[in-house]
Design a protein around this ligand. Structure first.
Ligand SMILES: [Zn+2]
Length: 259
């Protein structure tokens, strides 16, 4: 009678019988702690110039340099029995694969349903986000969709603020003509402090007039604190478009009145 190992290879060695009457063979479990180097099995710390080195000798305490960790009795199978257990294993694997597939599809469907609900609940916020271009907002939107958590008050304020700012900037028009002396009522929106490169510190004042136009003053004259509204007179130095925003650059501003 032909006998086979579990992996299907024909067994040709000595057949044993265990206490339950099963046919077995003695299988060597290889040692994984030592290595064959230059035809010799040694335990080693590493290689040095092609030679094994060790501070504690080359003896493998696991296998005594035999290469065999231990012996076990492994079951042998007839051809019929092997077919039977392989069929059983295949059936079990197929059943598991099917169960996994169903679980995966269910999880996918749940995820998709959750995403649809999330989109529906936040339709207005998402519409706003989709209209904001630029690297920061694309990342913000991707992050928001990935987390799928309702927006915080702070996120809503951030988005609304950006939309308001863009609308105001889009409406900004050039004021007057270069060389004109103007009087304007402006609100200080932002003051940027320029680094001191040896010429002293300098300031860029971003201002907005009553019509929503952006005025810019670069210099040391004090126009006011952020948020303050003043009446001033100034000379128009230049018209420029920056980041798509029409900006009127002024010089020699003189504050007439703090409103
Ligand atoms: Zn060993």
């Amino acid at each position: 009678m032909e006998l086979f190992k579990r992996d299907g290879t024909l067994f040709t060695g000595t057949v044993n019988t265990d206490e339950k009457g099963r046919l077995t063979y003695t299988m060597a479990i290889s040692c994984d702690r030592c290595h064959v180097v230059n035809g010799q099995r040694v335990w080693l710390m590493g290689m040095n110039n092609g030679r094994p080195y060790s501070h504690t000798g080359f003896e493998c305490w696991t296998c005594g340099n035999t290469g065999v960790r231990r012996y076990v009795e492994a079951t042998l199978y007839t051809a019929e029995k092997l077919v039977q257990i392989n069929t059983t294993a295949a059936t079990r694997a197929a059943r598991k694969a099917e169960a996994d597939r169903i679980a995966f599809e269910k999880a996918e469907a749940e995820r998709a349903a959750k995403l649809v609900a999330f989109r529906a609940e936040n339709v207005e916020f998402l519409r706003k986000l989709e209209n904001l271009d630029g690297e920061f907002w694309v990342a913000f939107r991707n992050d928001f969709m990935r987390r799928a958590i309702a927006p915080t008050e702070r996120q809503i304020a951030l988005v609304d603020g950006e939309i308001a700012k863009r609308a105001a900037n889009a409406a900004s028009a050039f004021v007057g003509n270069v060389g004109d002396k103007i009087m304007a009522k402006v609100t200080v929106e932002r003051i940027i402090v320029l680094p001191d490169y040896g010429f002293g510190v300098n300031y860029i004042n971003l201002l907005r007039d009553e019509a929503g136009n952006v005025l810019v003053y670069r210099g040391l004259s004090d126009i006011g604190q952020k948020g303050e509204t003043v009446k001033l007179k100034a000379t128009i130095k230049e018209h420029q478009i920056r980041d798509g925003v029409n900006q009127t650059i002024i010089q020699r501003p003189k504050v007439l009145e703090v409103v």
